[in-house]
Ligand binder design. Sequence first.
Ligand SMILES: C[S@@+](CC[C@H](N)C(=O)[O-])C[C@H]1O[C@@H](n2cnc3c(N)ncnc32)[C@H](O)[C@@H]1O
Length: 247
Amino acid sequence: MLPHPTLSARYASPEAKPAFVDGLFNRGAAQYDKVVNWGFLGTGASYRRRILLQHGLIAGDHLLDVACGTGLVAVEAAKILHTAKHITCLDPSAGMLAVARTKLTAHFVQGRAEAMPLADNAYDFLTMGYALRHVTSLDGTFREFHRVLKPGGKLLILEVTKPTGRCAAFFFRLWFGLVYPWLTRLFTRSDEARDMMLYYWETMDACVPPATVLCALETAGLIAVRRDVALGLFSEYSAIKADPLRL
Ligand SMILES: C[S@@+](CC[C@H](N)C(=O)[O-])C[C@H]1O[C@@H](n2cnc3c(N)ncnc32)[C@H](O)[C@@H]1O
């Protein structure tokens, strides 16, 4: 199952999507932190840390941060774990990984969520921040998440989701579809950064509804699947890999 239909104005076929997305993030990597920081009013770091704590990340956990990008989730996780030694950061974009490597001494892996070159049953906690829309298959990705988590391991996926109310949807579209990309171009003078934020909007607009994501998580064999929502747009999907010894 695709997270959104093929965006043919951007790439010609589903097969062409990974190369398009990699190019977009490679070109936008240098501007990513700056743009995300002011676009979310400087709340990104504290929000990521709070959510990791709320969802049960604790010192000693082995964490896999899928789609780590420039390391915004992993950096906050390292503060909770008091080390980055037990953090693995995975991302297909060499540009994004290069920025992340300057921030923490974690284990970095270039790869995709749909086929991770990582061992089975290896992680206590798996995170994916704002990247679900970029995978080529929800089912394939969630099967991989289930495979690499230890029994009893926790999954947390962060997303921005288009609100359902008419008025909220209007302002959401205005900000993400128009104002944010325009301000991005103005402040960074970078067409690449503007394109990255425009695509951000296009994928949010076209994304499957939360119920489809929840259903795909359950189909992959995960349990305690739920979605919490902050401010009507920040989705926190969480789930657990069942531990047969504890059932
Ligand atoms: C919007 S950034 C999110 C970065 C970071 N997680 C955060 O919280 O800011 C999306 C990231 O997803 C990565 N990505 C794209 N396709 C992916 C895939 N198939 N598997 C894993 N990561 C992917 C991109 O390279 C990019 O670094």
